[in-house]
Design a protein around this ligand. Structure first.
Ligand SMILES: Nc1ncnc2c1ncn2[C@@H]1O[C@H](COP(=O)(O)OP(=O)(O)OP(=O)(O)O)[C@@H](O)[C@H]1O
Ligand SMILES: [Mg+2]
Length: 218
């Protein structure tokens, strides 16, 4: 589903440069639940953002569903970003002035694809049918993350990328969010960055990264 080949990410720093992801090869199979673990600053977010086309590698190739994204037309790439990949972030990243339903509807607006009843459907899936008109500030942290998951799912993506989705939540709420993600991972390829070994229990693969390099798998 996602293949990285020789992916490096470096930043210019003064006269030199620093490499934060080094010659990474990785193949994520369709339908699997993959966890990425590693110390703070090891490059987990960088790796996830490159997989999710939020960042571009300095060298190497990223292929999604067999297509090298660097060779795709602009239009095909935009379509891929809008329809194939859903993102979930640690800090939810909801728009505070919009209701839950409006936040979830946003990706459909961007894609110009208004699927009737879809917003209600995904909000029901995440257990928030009774909170459609609430704004983020009127929701608990766990509820906000549920809205963010509904937003990630609304376009029926093949892939969900989640960067420490439970990091801002207490343990119990985090466990509920994880179960929710696991339940949707039957239908999507789920890649999740986490600091907690306990949260990786239901995953198919755990990839360890240290200092910008994949050091092994469990
Ligand atoms: N724009 C940038 N310019 C320079 N260095 C950067 C930039 N973005 C990230 N880095 C560096 O790259 C390294 C990896 O960052 P990254 O955010 O991927 O780590 P992480 O594993 O997700 O850490 P955490 O667990 O704290 O979220 C860090 O040392 C960071 O300082
Ligand atoms: Mg990170």
């Amino acid at each position: 589903m996602i293949t990285l080949t020789g992916v490096t990410r470096s930043y210019k720093l003064g006269n030199g440069s620093i490499t934060i992801l080094d010659e990474t090869d990785l193949n994520i199979e369709s339908g699997k639940f993959i966890c990425i673990m590693g110390p703070s600053g090891s490059g987990k977010t960088t790796l996830l953002n490159i997989m999710g086309l939020l960042d571009t590698p300095s060298t190497g190739t990223v292929s999604i569903k067999g297509d090298d994204v660097a060779k795709m037309s602009k239009k095909a790439l935009i379509n891929l970003k809008r329809r194939t990949i859903g993102h979930v972030f640690q800090q939810f990243h909801l728009i505070p002035t919009l209701t839950a339903a409006e936040n979830v509807a946003l990706p459909m607006m961007f894609a110009n694809d208004n699927m009737d009843g879809r917003v209600e459907e995904v909000l029901e899936l995440v257990g928030l049918s009774h909170r459609l008109k609430h704004k983020p500030g009127e929701l608990s942290g766990g509820e906000q993350q549920r809205v963010a998951i509904a937003r990630a799912l609304v376009m029926k993506p093949d892939i969900i990328l989640a960067d420490e989705p439970t990091g801002a939540l207490d343990q119990k709420t985090g466990a509920n969010i994880l179960s929710l993600l696991e339940s949707v991972s039957d239908k999507v390829t789920l890649v999740m960055v986490t600091h907690s070994r306990a949260l990786t229990a239901g995953s198919d693969r755990i990839i360890n990264i240290e200092d910008g390099k994949i050091t092994g798998e469990i």
